[in-house]
Design a protein. Structure first.
Ligand code: RB5
Length: 146
């Protein structure tokens, strides 16, 4: 599993924490920026991460901004992307089980770093349930073309 990582300035410190965590767990990742704390625009990083997954260069992604919302709005406009804002462990789990989310969006202004790592752990270790949920994710593609 290779993870595409991205954040804006608001998510930058949490992204750096997540990198340490992924290193510790031996999970490979590519960091698509931002690489500094200066003000930046979240769509740029959501677009890069989303496209890396759409192009199958990475298997899934983590995007962090202040709320996770701007990242998810942007990433979900890319074909094949199912980006979920999950600021609770339950939301993270269900976004994998039911929605086959391929990007986890976190809000650094909403969750503490320790909680974010717990959310990430659940998200990484939960698989899609398929079955009736597969029919529904297929329907997303059929209805929207995305
Ligand atoms: C940046 O101030 C903030 O708007 C951004 O990080 C994000 O929360 C947008 O959804």
């Amino acid at each position: 599993m290779k993870i595409a990582l991205g954040s804006d300035h608001a998510g930058y410190p949490l992204k750096e924490e997540i990198k340490k965590y992924l290193d510790l767990k031996d999970i490979p990742f590519t960091d698509f920026g931002t690489f500094k704390i200066d003000s930046s625009d979240y769509p740029e990083f959501a677009y890069k991460v989303g496209n890396a997954i759409a192009a199958e260069e990475c298997d899934c992604g983590i995007l962090i901004c202040g709320t996770g919302i701007g990242m998810s709005i942007t990433a979900n406009k890319i074909k094949g992307i199912r980006a979920a804002v999950a600021n609770t462990e339950e939301g993270a789990k269900l976004s994998r089980l039911h929605n086959d989310a391929n990007i986890l969006c976190l809000g650094s202004r909403v969750v503490e770093p320790e909680q974010a790592l717990k959310i990430l752990d659940v998200w990484i270790n939960t698989s899609f349930e398929g079955g009736r949920h597969q029919k529904r994710t297929n329907l997303i593609t059929q209805l929207t073309g995305l």
